[in-house]
Design a binder for this molecule. Structure first.
Ligand code: ZN
Length: 192
């Protein structure tokens, strides 16, 4: 920006998985049952085309609950990458918390820990980054990390709307595509 050759960190959009990118049957364990939500791929592609790093941040307590194994989870992630790849989207990274809520880990949303880890590993500028998800914990995670937040009304979004508004969510969007359009516009206006 300053033209002094200094390295400029990338902006990112952190995206929740179940109910935001894909339909959420509850503790998804069958990779073949993984389906992108309508327009989710298109939304991710729009963000990618606008230079954002794409990082998935997901609570997967089904692992800690013994409902799904890590190899199964990784197969689901391969399926997600494959489905998004068909839409021209390449994720920068997938971070997940595998723990049971009772374990008291430091990585489960609403902890911002995984966002912070990603920012360090991928050299991201959190001050110009966003969190998109369908749950109150996604809004809390984003706010905890100093990000702007978007609630999508897919998945659990409608149930989360009242609490998300009380927390001061920055924007409410019908789905990931509409969220992406708002992020691109908001980011552009910030840069002026
Ligand atoms: Zn954890």
């Amino acid at each position: 920006m300053e033209g002094d050759g200094r390295h400029v960190k990338r902006s990112a959009v952190f995206v929740d998985r179940d109910g935001t990118i894909n339909s959420d049957p509850g503790y998804l364990s069958d990779p073949d049952a993984f389906e992108l939500l309508p327009h989710a791929g298109e939304g991710m592609r729009l963000l990618q085309e606008n230079g954002f790093a794409l990082v998935v941040i997901s609570n997967q307590s089904g692992v800690g609950r013994g409902l799904i194994t890590i190899p199964q989870l990784l197969k689901i992630h391969e399926r997600m990458k494959s489905k998004l790849g068909e839409e021209g989207v390449k994720l920068d990274e997938i971070y997940y918390c595998p723990h049971h809520p009772d374990e008291g880990c430091s990585c489960r949303k609403p902890s911002p820990r995984l966002v912070m880890d990603a920012a360090g590993s991928l050299d991201l500028d959190l001050g110009s980054s966003y969190f998109v998800g369908d749950m109150v914990t996604d809004v809390q995670t984003g706010k905890g990390a100093g990000l702007k937040t978007v609630l999508v009304l897919t998945g659990s979004g409608r149930r989360s709307l009242g609490d998300a508004r009380r927390l001061g969510v920055d924007h409410v969007a019908e789905d990931l595509l509409e969220a992406a359009r708002w992020v691109v516009a908001d980011h552009g206006s910030e840069a002026l």
